[in-house]
Design a protein. Structure first.
Length: 199
């Protein structure tokens, strides 16, 4: 008879399993990773993960939700530490690139993996929404200070696309190391110029 697991036991195993899954999913693609491979990495029986997760899809959703939440937290901290709309925008942009380059496996799973049934996982839906909100919040700062005009969500998506493009090019080896930050900065400056309110 399996022992009764405490909340701490559950949380610790889920964290260990998600760390292994994140690496294997990013290296091989989620489709190529089996539950047996995950359990072999952890040194546990093939049935153990089913005490913590329904299936591999739930593990993937949890890994992705964790990634989006860590990403959003870094951007939120960067925005909160800066004073003034311009500084907040620059801090968020830098934190974006820093996170992506420091955690390429996480970033890849966040954006390169299509999970058609993601609506089944409320934690993932909430984490994605939180990330979107971080990209809209600093735009709201710019609009409030009269530096930009437009719809914050739409403008946030534009800047997000620019940041993502620069990061993906560097991660794919199409830009030299360190170039994503420079390119992202130039893209943001160019976009910002075009979004200044008409005087």
């Amino acid at each position: 008879m399996p022992r009764v697991l405490s909340e701490t036991d559950v949380a610790e195993f889920r964290e260990r399993l998600c760390a292994v899954a994140e690496r294997l999913f990013a290296e091989r693609g989620p489709e190529a990773v089996t539950m047996r491979q995950l359990t072999a990495e952890l040194g546990v029986s093939p049935m153990t993960p089913y005490r913590y997760f329904e299936d591999k899809d739930e593990i993937l959703a949890t890994v992705r939700a964790n990634g989006f939440n860590r990403f959003a937290e870094e951007l939120e901290k960067a925005r909160d530490r800066a004073a003034g709309a311009r500084a907040k925008g620059a801090a968020v942009a830098e934190a974006y690139v820093d996170f992506a380059l420091a955690h390429p496996h996480t970033y890849k799973l966040m954006f390169d993996v299509n999970q058609p049934d993601s609506d089944r996982y409320p934690e993932l839906v909430a984490a994605v929404a939180r990330s979107r909100a971080t990209m809209t919040a600093w735009i709201g700062d710019q609009i409030a200070e009269g530096l930009m005009s437009g719809d914050p969500a739409e403008l946030g998506a534009m800047f997000w696309a620019a940041s993502h493009g620069a990061v993906v090019l560097e991660l794919a080896g199409k830009l030299p190391p360190g170039a994503a930050k420079t390119l992202q900065h130039k893209l943001a400056q160019t976009l910002a110029k075009g979004l200044r309110p008409e005087s």
